[in-house]
Design a protein around this ligand. Structure first.
Ligand SMILES: [Zn+2]
Length: 281
């Protein structure tokens, strides 16, 4: 799939599981389990779907999945299903080595979005993509470095502080254009200053949704995660984005949906719903 000068591809760097109740907030289980069945620990299956943008030698990766720094206990808690070097292996399929990645854009610094940004080598945490500039919103980094007691479990400093110390982490402040095709849309309900990526050219618009719409099941307005630190802000953000997406026929890309990578949406008398779901771009 082409957007302007970029060839765009999706990379699934693995699967993990989170509690279905936490993923769907106030929604009763009999409703969410129809589309997202849970295992015996009440976890639903989630993907870590990353975005790859290529234009010649410029190779941009968006989010880095869970990474490979997990101990056995956490692998069991989060039901992490990936091989040791999943992201690297997936990039290999495109003939891309870690040193070929020129840019890593991070939507936010939760462990399932930036886990693969650093690796442990000779007992030292180093950037996993040695030649890449990494980008995150400055306010998200500040929050991640000093989160609340509610959300500190989601921010693991080994995944991002080493990037700052190595001088490869670049701060972006607010909504702005990255280049002609890529711009950032800031949302603050899930955490502070998450940046979604809007990719557009004259014919298509894609929105890489991060954790605003983790799966296709999260399109209806009250389906808001228990993890969100400002759920009513998420509600307003969902309305704003869904109105635009329905009006302008955007394709929403889901980072965590285990089955569908993207969807279009429509506005009906009963609210917003998925129009068409896609398994590939
Ligand atoms: Zn998140």
């Amino acid at each position: 799939m082409k957007i302007g000068k970029y060839e765009i591809n999706l990379i699934n760097s693995g699967y993990f599981g989170l509690d279905g109740g936490a993923m769907f907030g106030i929604i009763p289980k009999p409703l969410w389990q129809k589309t997202n069945p849970s295992d015996d620990a009440n976890r639903i299956k989630l993907a870590t779907r990353n975005l790859l943008l290529q234009n010649g030698n410029r190779k941009i990766l968006v989010d880095t999945g869970m990474g490979n720094k997990w101990d056995e206990k956490s692998i069991n808690i989060y039901d992490i299903k990936q091989d040791d070097f999943s992201l690297t292996n997936e990039l290999n399929e495109f003939n891309i080595k870690p040193e070929d990645i020129t840019d890593v854009i991070l939507t936010h610094l939760h462990f399932d979005h930036t886990g693969g940004s650093t690796v442990l080598e000779n007992n030292k945490l180093i950037p996993a993509f040695p030649n890449a500039k990494y980008y995150v919103q400055k306010k998200n980094y500040e929050w991640a470095a000093n989160p609340s007691d509610k959300d500190k479990g989601s921010y693991i400093k080994d995944n991002f502080v080493p990037l700052f110390k190595e001088g490869v982490l670049h701060f972006i402040e607010g909504e702005q254009n990255f280049d002609d095709e890529v711009s950032f849309v800031i949302i603050n309900g899930h955490t502070f200053s998450q940046q979604m990526l809007k990719l557009s050219d004259s014919s298509n618009t894609f929105l890489y949704c991060g954790d605003l719409f983790p799966t296709a099941s999260h399109i209806p307005l009250p389906y808001i995660m228990g993890y969100d630190i400002q759920p009513l802000v998420t509600l307003d953000e969902k309305k704003r984005i869904l109105n635009k997406a329905a009006e302008e026929n955007w394709k929403l890309i889901f980072e965590h949906d285990p089955d569908f990578c993207s969807a279009t949406v429509i506005k009906t008398e009963k609210g917003f719903k998925v129009n068409e779901k896609f398994k590939s771009l």
